[in-house]
Design a protein around this ligand. Structure first.
Ligand code: NAD
Ligand code: DAU
Length: 392
């Protein structure tokens, strides 16, 4: 099987490719424009892998996409390329519409044309489903036949399309109405609608997944967890928006990669699957956990140190339109497809901190001039609020 992955040099895309290639589950064509968020160094060793190809292509460039499909003839598309950071979408929404909406439409159009050109004759019985390395058994696969019937377009989306969840409300299900709040979430919602429309109108064989907040190795340090780990390690302020009481559900990126593979293999065409980590935490809890884990490490190190990393926490002006809570009900993927997360949040967070400690060169390279300009643009205008408990 050959999979065309878009956005494979980003945080989740690179985890997916490392997952697929480490287990030899599929050959991979990585289509990525290498924006600020794309980093080939997140795919160590893959340049030597004969089952991996990289195409530096923008999904908004239709002719280039057509050429990639013609050259590589993939069996499936897993679409992750996107502008993904909410704060950037607030400061500059245009590129979010361009890439997430127009780019997705472009990819759908090319995939549809390509999919309908595939052979519709059976080439024998379906192969047995590949093992994923997890202990739970996968249900038997459907007896798919021709390359055209086997073709899939897997659209990777977010729980943010469902909008702000009241504190007492049950978690998002696959039928929760869409109510996106930020320009990012609105652009992802629009792309989800396009994907569903391409299925219903043109019969494109799609599956859609909506996932909660990912964390883990190789995450660009504009997002909460890597930003807080690196700032705390450097003794810099830890900027919590508003009162820090917003709730997110956290999933380790390797669990997400496995869920995506399971959905591609076993998911029902036209169906949506919510993916979550069953780990709701307030932002304050997340940042305090990072501080406590770093304190414990320092305490164990020779010479120790004084003061707590918690002293670096500063409450700053809130994100406009900030959603208070997201939570995912992932019973569908668990009961129908047999997937469940393998990492506990605390163990995954500890392992992630260790990864950032162990990879100073990766960190140093992504914290380039452009990164520093972003930090300045996003945080300089946010005054520290009276809720601040920072002493530094
Ligand atoms: P990311 O920002 O780390 O990576 C995005 C990748 O897409 C980068 O490699 C970038 O170079 C590439 N890209 C951007 N614009 C492109 C274009 N026009 N053409 C080709 N490539 C382009 O994002 P991520 O966090 O890895 O998220 C991947 C996907 O998963 C996104 O669609 C996002 O909406 C979704 N998602 C993310 C999370 C999360 O917590 N990070 C959760 C749920 C869903
Ligand atoms: O829910 C899934 C989404 O999770 C994905 O679709 C997005 O691509 C991904 O970026 C993420 O969006 P969030 O906005 O939830 O993630 P972020 O890491 O930016 O912020 C997490 C929470 O932490 C959010 O409530 C805002 C808060 N925050 C964030 C930063 C960067 C802070 O308090 N301070 C900060 O400096």
């Amino acid at each position: 099987m050959k999979i065309l992955v878009t956005g494979g040099a980003g945080f989740i895309g690179s985890a997916l490719i490392r997952f697929l290639r480490a287990r030899q589950l599929a050959e991979v064509v990585n289509v990525d424009a290498l924006t600020y968020a794309g980093n080939p160094e997140s795919l160590p060793g893959l340049d030597m892998d004969p089952g991996y190809w990289f195409e530096k292509v923008d999904i908004r460039d239709r002719a280039a996409l057509e050429r990639v499909f013609r050259d590589h003839r993939p069996d499936a598309v897993m679409h992750l390329a996107a502008e993904s950071h909410v704060d950037r979408s607030i400061l500059g929404p245009e590129v979010f519409v361009d890439t997430n909406v127009v780019g997705t439409q472009n990819l759908l159009a090319v995939a549809r044309e390509y999919g309908s050109s595939l052979d519709d004759r059976s080439d024998g019985p379906a192969a047995a489903p590949a093992a994923t390395g997890q202990a739970y058994p996968l249900p038997p696969g459907p007896a798919v036949a021709s390359p055209r019937e086997r073709f899939r377009f897997h659209h990777i989306s977010t729980d943010e399309v469902y909008g702000d969840l009241p504190l007492e409300a049950p978690a998002f299900t696959e039928s929760t109405p869409y109510a996106p709040s930020s320009p990012y979430a609105a652009s992802k919602a629009a792309s989800d609608h396009l994907v569903r429309a391409w299925h219903r109108t043109y019969g494109l064989p799609v599956v859609v997944t909506n996932c909660s907040n990912n964390y883990g190795p190789y995450q660009f340090p504009e997002k909460l967890i890597p930003l807080m780990i690196l700032n705390a390690m450097a003794g810099k302020p830890l900027p919590l928006y508003g009162d820090g009481g917003q709730i997110r559900d956290w999933l380790h990126v390797e669990d997400h990669a496995e869920a995506l593979w399971v959905v591609l293999q076993r998911g029902e065409v036209g169906r949506t699957y919510n993916i979550g980590g069953d780990a709701e935490r307030t932002n304050r809890q997340v940042v305090e956990a990072i501080c406590d884990m770093l304190d414990a490490r320092r305490g164990q190190a020779a010479g120790g140190g004084s003061g707590s990393h918690r002293d670096l926490i500063q409450y700053v002006a809130d994100r406009p339109g900030h959603d208070r809570r997201y939570a995912i009900d992932s019973r569908r993927i668990q009961s129908e497809l047999g997937w469940r997360p393998a990492h506990s949040f605390e163990a995954g967070l500890r392992e992630t901190i260790q990864w950032y400690i162990d990879h100073p060169q990766w960190v140093q390279r992504v914290q380039s001039g452009a990164y520093r300009e972003w930090i300045e643009a996003n945080y300089a205008g946010r005054e520290t609020t009276s809720a601040s408990i920072g002493r530094g």
